[in-house]
Design a protein around this ligand. Structure first.
Ligand code: ADP
Ligand code: DP6
Length: 374
């Protein structure tokens, strides 16, 4: 007899960035961070977890490919934590022998991302959120699972809920948790354009990159003590007041500082490429033309751009992106929410030599969910 459950989880994009750990083993960050959870209709990880008396070992398939489980410390940490919580909770409610047997059985996990894996689109965040949420369902676990998702990947704890989510740094295992700040309905006009500059796997992952930054960047220490605390407060006010231009400015400055810290790391971490830099210029040119902030960029540990705008500007932004990067792309250049990329533009935006892969248009979304059988 096999028991199984399938769940899906979203990706999130950080506005206040997480970069640097105070404890590597437990994945405790140096500073709190805030992100927006994106709509699962466009980007999601879907994970099935199953357990049976007949399973001989824990097994994982990612996008159909069998993974090494034994040497994956993050995965082991998640599985161990889940089993230990399940055992404690079963004991507390005086569970029967059948339930205890279930917890001792091996688990098979199969996960699929509906977008490129390990390309800087936060597949690890969606993946570990889906895994931990699904295991929580399988064992009917109660309590805050963000602490367990955090062990898989720090940013994954912020994919455990919808809307804007804050990961409170905390000081130890139990108080480093993520909490929803406002739900996705709070700011429904927000739009996010993800410009997939490259689908390639990045050379230096976030984990290794931030470790080097902690060891070598003096700018990172200043950022953690003197910059992030103010920005956290300011961005929360901007979000609560729907103040897009204040939100956008913090968002861009945060991205710029993350990449300044990366540049300050020795040897430097160069995640943004020439196309990324052209996107930065394009955004400022657009905002300067209107003399107000309609568009903001943010970049994680990779060249892909995440642009924030508001619904009334989405078609104009799409037109600019199409004119600048879409010249020799196929008809599936825009994915996700439908946009009209043929607005008359008030200024000449020019065409760039460099093309990009494609653009996903999405919006704020909900947290993980159980996927019902079709
Ligand atoms: P990304 O920027 O896409 O998060 P990373 O290199 O940081 O890229 O993380 C990719 C890793 O995350 C994968 O090699 C895998 O270990 C893990 N991962 C990605 N998707 C999933 C998933 N759906 N389920 C479990 N783990 C996943
Ligand atoms: C630049 O969460 O991928 O995207 O905890 O080592 O798995 P680990 O790192 P990860 O780092 C994300 C870094 C970032 C900024 C952010 O998402 O806050």
């Amino acid at each position: 007899e096999i028991e199984m459950v399938t769940c899906s989880a979203p990706v999130n994009i950080a506005v206040i960035k997480y970069w640097g750990k105070s404890c590597e083993k437990k994945n405790i960050p140096l500073n709190s961070s805030i992100s927006l959870t994106l709509n699962q209709d466009h980007l999601k990880a879907t994970t099935t977890v199953a357990t049976s008396k007949g399973f001989e070992s824990d097994k994982v398939w990612l996008n159909g490919v069998k993974q090494d489980v034994v040497n994956n410390a993050r995965l082991q940490a998640c599985l161990n934590e889940i089993r230990s919580w399940a055992r404690k909770q079963a004991a507390r409610r005086k569970a029967d022998a059948k339930e205890l047997l279930k917890i001792s059985q091996k688990i098979h996990i199969a996960s699929q991302n509906n977008f490129p894996t390990a390309a800087g689109l936060a597949s690890s965040a969606a993946g570990y959120a889906a895994l931990v949420f699904a295991l929580g369902q399988l064992f009917s676990i109660e309590g805050d699972l963000t602490r367990i998702a955090r062990r898989g990947s720090g940013s994954a704890c912020r994919s455990m809920d919808g809307g804007f989510v804050e990961w409170i740094a905390g000081t130890d295992e139990d108080d480093s948790i993520a909490k929803q700040f406002v739900p996705e309905m709070h700011w429904p006009e927000l739009r996010v354009f993800i410009i997939v500059v490259s689908k390639k796997k990045k050379d230096i992952g976030s984990t290794g990159g931030m470790k080097n930054s902690v060891e070598t960047s003096s700018l990172l220490q200043y950022r953690v003590s003197d910059v992030v605390p103010h920005r956290l407060t300011a961005v929360k006010t901007a979000i609560l007041e729907h103040d897009f231009s204040a939100f956008a400015e913090i968002c861009m400055k945060e991205s710029n500082q993350l990449h300044a810290v990366c540049q300050d790391t020795y040897p430097p971490l160069l995640y943004m490429n020439d196309t990324s830099k052209e996107i930065v210029k394009l955004v400022h040119k657009y905002n300067d033309f209107y003399g107000s902030t309609r568009l903001a960029y943010t970049f994680d540990a990779g060249p892909n751009a995440f642009l924030f705008t508001l619904d009334p500007f989405a078609n104009e932004v799409a037109t600019i992106l199409n004119e600048t990067f879409g010249f020799n792309s196929g008809d599936k250049f825009f994915r996700g929410l439908s946009v009209k990329a043929n607005e008359p533009l008030p200024y000449e935006c020019g065409t760039l030599e460099k093309s990009v892969e494609y653009v996903i248009c999405t919006n704020p979304g909900k947290g993980p969910k159980v996927v019902m059988d079709e």
